[in-house]
Design a protein around this ligand. Sequence first.
Ligand code: ATP
Length: 364
Amino acid sequence: MQPMSDDAIQVQGVLKSYGTMLAVDDVSFNVAEGEFVSLLGPSGCGKTTTLRMIAGFTDTSGGAIRVHGREVTHLPPDKRDLGFVFQNYALWPHMTVAENVAFGLKLRRKPRDVIRSKIEEALSVTGLSGYEDRLPRQLSGGQQQRVALARALALEPQVLLMDEPLSNLDRALRVVMRRELKELQARMKMTTLYVTHDQEEALSMSNRVVIMNRGRVEQIAAPYELYENPATSFVADFVGITNFLEGTASDTQGGIVGVRLASGQMLHAQARVPVAQGGAVRALIRPERVTISATELSGPNVLAGSVALSEYFGAVLRYTVRLDSGEILRAEVHNFDNFLAGGSRVWICVLPEHLRVIPHDPRG
Ligand SMILES: Nc1ncnc2c1ncn2[C@@H]1O[C@H](COP(=O)(O)OP(=O)(O)OP(=O)(O)O)[C@@H](O)[C@H]1O
């Protein structure tokens, strides 16, 4: 698909090979003006390489990159009008906070009063006013991270690229910082491309997420869409926990497809993507969508089994159920007043509207 021309970033068919290995394999996506887009995927899937090609730190082996419609594929990083915040934020240790933030502005020979007001503004939006004269070693990890962000913001980039900027922080700080960062990004309507392997970070901060796997794009969608309608087994498995039931597609009627399980039992599921009749398919359901009952249920889409394991996590109770047909299914219960012990006989109901059917992907 041809990306729209008024997008802030357009990545088209980008490739990166290292010898015979394709680290990035025909990746295309766009980031609209003011949008927050994340590249999410497991370690080694090509996220950082993609971001570095957009930044200009890594050469491309093919494809095109445009920033605000201008082709930048072969321009050096400083000619691309992009800001960066990387994982190792590398502040100058001998410079104060203000000097660190001023550094890029001085390189660009900005007038002294402009530099002063930019420093003030960047430190104010990152909550660092009053820290001007501190050295990096006199700051916490989160504060150092914010200095790196302030330094990037002071240059007023049209587009900000961030690679795992919160990964060095402890969990509590990471959660606080991601809220601050998101709030700041939204307030400043700053176009942002963000690399992370943390699904919570990607889901909670992004307008859209690009899921990568082995150098390729698996799916591009808004967080809700990604979670509710994963396009592939990989996405379903990588984003949240999913139950997979293998079967064969029978006829589709009124948007409902029949899935015959190996046991012979038929389930009805919503068909969001076309599936071939007789084709191998997977029916997916999230554990929190599974209804579990200790009293016998009847009707369609009911499966009988017994509790193999129950795990209590405070707010949630997770059951692992072995179905009579042999499959394992996980169910999560959020409001509960009693526990079903291991071995308990249970009935599982999976409503058609909560079951998603996707073609069986031999890679997944
Ligand atoms: N300079 C290089 N030379 C050879 N192979 C490389 C080089 N840089 C990256 N790779 C390989 O390219 C693939 C993609 O790496 P990349 O750093 O983009 O992954 P990533 O998704 O960002 O992973 P992580 O989350 O671990 O940082 C990996 O298999 C990596 O080993």
